[in-house]
Design a protein around this ligand. Structure first.
Ligand code: AMP
Length: 191
């Protein structure tokens, strides 16, 4: 079983690459951001709870996020493996994920970080905002806040996974195809 974490700043291409990798390696793709947006668009209680965090570009509280993640893993217990996209984003989430997986005799196989400079990412997000309909892509202040959240709460996960020998950096600049090839070369060397 392979379980991958796709890691990177907003706009790094995690969701785009997860779409390719899930087919190639038969993995179940879990994007906490997509799950939250689904709840918001269906006006569920959870959607109402998380909406203001997401629209401002703040992280959703850990426990809410951990609970939804566990719930999706549990309901897809027959999956051949998972690709986690946008989770974990805090040390508390990473620790909860390790504990949860180990209780199921599972573990993270590798964390793949898509690396790109902030100015490239901001430009990508502003462009995406023209068509994505995502409130948090619409103005630069919200985008900057998402980067701040990343720097303050998420960036340290690099050390968390490096300490486990599971952290791998990939150049996230280039065509979608080129980046997919870099990721698959790396994954093929790990499995
Ligand atoms: P994404 O689609 O991954 O860019 O996530 C969009 C937004 O959803 C983030 O800016 C957060 O508000 C929220 N979100 C997604 N994943 C998480 C997470 N693991 N922890 C906290 N908030 C999250």
């Amino acid at each position: 079983m392979i379980n991958l974490v796709l890691f990177g700043k907003p706009g790094a291409g995690k969701g785009t690459q997860a779409e390719f990798l899930k087919f190639k390696y038969h993995l179940f793709h879990i994007s906490t951001g997509d799950l939250f947006r689904h709840h918001i668009s269906h006006k569920t209680n959870l959607g109402q709870l998380v909406q203001s965090y997401i629209n401002k570009g703040d992280l959703v509280p850990d426990q809410v996020t951990i609970d939804i993640l566990k719930d999706v893993v549990e309901t897809h217990a027959d999956a051949k493996g998972f690709i986690f996209d946008g989770f974990p984003r805090t040390t508390k989430q990473a620790e909860a994920l390790d504990k949860f997986l180990s209780e199921k005799s599972m573990e993270i196989s590798a964390t793949l970080a898509l690396e790109a400079d902030d100015d490239v990412l901001v430009e990508r997000l502003v462009n995406r905002g023209k068509t994505s309909g995502r409130v948090d892509d619409q103005d630069e202040e919200k985008i900057r806040n998402r980067f701040e959240e990343y720097n303050n709460k998420t960036a340290s996960l690099r050390d968390f996974y490096e300490d486990q020998g599971k952290f791998h950096s990939v150049n996230g600049i280039g065509s979608i195809d080129e980046i997919t090839q870099r990721l698959t070369a790396l994954i093929n060397g790990l499995i």
